[in-house]
Design a protein around this ligand. Structure first.
Ligand SMILES: O=P(O)(O)OC[C@H]1O[C@H](OP(=O)(O)OP(=O)(O)O)[C@H](O)[C@@H]1O
Ligand SMILES: O=c1cc[nH]c(=O)[nH]1
Length: 174
């Protein structure tokens, strides 16, 4: 995906969310660090532009809720920022760059449960590369990218990396 593909995908997902939610009322968009955060900001801006209202946006750190904490080198806990109105009775849209095993999203659901009780939680991802290990699916997908387990999907975003791109590395291309 190049920059235009990414912005088109985010605009389309914004429209899908508005349609499903019948507007943007009660929406809270939360990005999962690291690259889910700028994606959440872009998505909230795209929804705001269509609906003409501010869409609260924040970020949800899932580090302490991961099920691989004991296996992986220690990661420093990041920041969680919940918009002032909280998440109780809101429709929370979680945003991440890549959906793979589903374990990050499982951790995010645990993190969220400690912060309140949303009316609904939806998931938007830029790339779904398959290989789920848990019963988790995305409601909104920028692009389904069939991959082998040996490959890795790299999402690069202007805010973090200087430019937008999605590329695949490693493994045997099929
Ligand atoms: O579905 P999963 O198997 O959990 O994989 C997806 C997660 O993995 C990546 O994060 P990574 O751990 O590489 O950290 P990063 O966000 O800092 O790139 C990606 O950003 C997702 O958050
Ligand atoms: O390919 C992958 C797998 C997990 N997380 C990523 O960002 N890319």
């Amino acid at each position: 995906m190049v920059a235009d593909d990414i912005s088109r995908a985010l605009r389309r997902i914004g429209h899908e969310i508005i349609e499903r939610n019948k507007g943007a009322a009660d929406l809270v968009v939360l990005g999962i660090p690291s690259r889910g955060v700028p994606l959440a900001e872009r998505l909230a801006a795209a929804i705001s532009q269509v609906e003409g209202i501010d869409v609260p946006v924040g970020q949800l750190d899932v580090t302490l809720y991961r099920d691989d904490l004991r296996r992986q080198p220690t990661r420093a806990a990041g920041r969680t920022d919940i918009p002032a109105g909280g998440i109780d009775d809101k429709v929370v849209v979680l945003v991440d760059d890549v959906l793979y095993s589903g374990r990050t999203i499982r951790a995010a659901l645990d993190a969220l449960a400690e912060l309140g009780r949303p009316r609904a939680v939806r998931l938007a991802v830029l790339v779904d590369r398959g290989h789920r290990e848990l019963p988790i699916r995305a409601d909104h997908v920028g692009k389904n990218l069939p991959t082998s387990r040996e490959e890795r999907v790299h999402v690069r975003l202007a805010e973090v990396d200087g430019a937008d791109a999605v590329r695949i590395s490693g493994g045997e291309r099929r």
